[in-house]
Ligand binder design. Structure first.
Ligand code: SIN
Length: 286
């Protein structure tokens, strides 16, 4: 991993594979161009960046996110009332976590998958509820030359059909539960992306399949695809590609979906957990 030098922020790397906590930044302020550029460079270097002890209102949260691009209004997940670009990820006391549980890349079923999300922690369990991340550039780099060559010629079909139509999700359509969903034509659609993508800024290659939304390889049946897909999805989240973000009240994490997969952990059933997520729109992948 290249190690850029920074003048306006401090960096504490989370693991040998990825992730960094950034110090010296107050995200509620209007950041200078230099400080913002260093944060952006850190994101594209480490895949996920975290900030501690922040106090953000909704406007400040969205203003920071807008420095990266336009903001997404999720086509399926209902947003916070009065704030179409914010999702309140609320897990009440004595309920299992369901949102974002399981490895995935956000919205890979979009024609233009999300660039990344910026999440602010408000109510955090005393223990549990961490988010796991895995570096998909390392996943690519550690494949054999033969496998890389094979995958370079493949595209894969991504769809939300299984993620949002399970009995659990169906119960939540149009409900007023902590996280509710709206029906959308996008659930029945599918899109095609390269299996190996090139990061639009750094040009680094990454593996781009995930168990939540990748259905099959283009031109292959699901049955033909499964053995290789399962192998790749397992390889993609090897322990030595991972880092783990431990939330605290006032923590902010941002990840780059062109570099990482992530998974929320369902290990804090008895505690409440509230995080606010703002997602930045991305571009078509190549
Ligand atoms: C997600 O955005 O996928 C969920 C992250 C989390 O709740 O930890």
């Amino acid at each position: 991993m290249p190690q850029p030098s920074f003048k306006t922020i401090s960096i504490r790397q989370l693991t040998g594979a990825m992730g960094a906590e950034i110090g010296g930044v107050d995200l509620s302020e209007n950041l200078s161009d230099q400080q913002f550029e260093e944060i952006r460079t850190a994101l594209f270097t480490y895949g996920v960046i975290g900030f501690r002890d922040q106090t953000l209102n909704f406007d400040q949260h969205q203003s920071f996110a807008r420095r990266f691009g336009t903001l997404e209004v999720h086509p399926i997940v209902n947003s916070l009332e009065g704030h179409p670009e914010i999702i309140k990820m609320h897990k009440p006391v004595e309920t299992a976590a369901s949102f974002g549980v399981g490895w995935h890349t956000d919205n890979s079923f979009f024609e233009k998958p999300s660039l990344g999300s910026i999440v602010y922690g408000e109510v955090i369990p005393p223990v549990g509820g961490d988010t796991l991340f895995a570096n998909q550039q390392l996943a690519y780099e550690t494949l054999s030359e033969g496998m890389k060559k094979t995958l370079e010629s493949l595209t894969a079909i991504h769809s939300a059909k299984d993620a949002y139509t399970s009995p659990t999700a169906l119960e939540k359509y149009d409900s007023d539960g902590p996280i509710s969903y709206k029906k959308s034509d996008i659930i029945a659609q599918s899109v095609e992306h390269p299996v190996i993508i090139k990061h639009p800024v750094t040009g680094q290659r990454a593996l781009y399949v995930n168990p939540m939304f990748t259905d099959r390889f283009e031109g292959w049946t699901r049955e033909e695809s499964l053995p290789l897909l399962e192998y790749l999805c397992k390889h993609a989240v090897r322990e030595d590609f991972q880092c783990r973000f431990r939330w605290e009240k006032g923590s902010v994490a941002m990840w780059d979906n062109r570099m990482v997969q992530h998974a929320a952990l369902n290990d804090c059933e008895k505690y409440e957990r509230i995080l606010y997520r703002v997602t930045v729109n991305g571009d078509a992948l190549s």
